[in-house]
Design a protein around this ligand. Sequence first.
Ligand code: CMP
Length: 140
Amino acid sequence: MAIDRTLFIIKPDAVQRNLIGRILAHVEERGFRIVEARLARLTRDQCQEFYQEHAARPFFPDLVAYMTSGPVLLACLEREGAVPTLREVVGATDPAQAPPGTIRQLYGKSKQMNSVHASDSPASSEREVKLFFGVAALTR
Ligand code: CMP
C-alpha cells in the first residue's frame, strides 16, 4: 500500500471534553504522522461545503449547527493506507455499532456527536484536505 494522506477532524463534543490529546495519541500509536493540524471554528459556509454530500439528509441542519457550535481540531494525517486504516481506527458512524477500542466506541456520544470525522475514500480525502489545508498539504 502507498503512503497517503487523509483528513481527520476532532469534533466539538470531543474538543469540549478535553479529549484532543488522548485522541491524537490514539492515532499516533497506530502509526499516523501529523502532517498539519490546527484548531478552528468552522463557519456555516465551510461546514455546508464540507458536508455537501449530506445536504439533502434530514440530519443536515442539526449537523451544521453542531459542527459550528465550538472549535474543532483539523488534521492532515499520513500513513501507509491512510484512508482505510483511519476508518478502521475511527469505527462506525454510530458509536453503539463501533467495534471495541475504536475512537468512536471509546469517546462518541451519539450518531451526531461521534467525536471524530475521517475521510471515507481517496477522492474525499483529496477534496477534504485541499478544502482545509490547500493543495500543498497533499504533496509536501
Ligand atoms: P461524519 O463521518 O463526520 O460524516 C457525516 C456526519 O453526519 C457523521 O459523521 C455524523 O456526525 C452525522 N450523521 C450521520 N448520520 C446521522 C444520523 N442518522 N443522525 C444524526 N447525525 C448523523
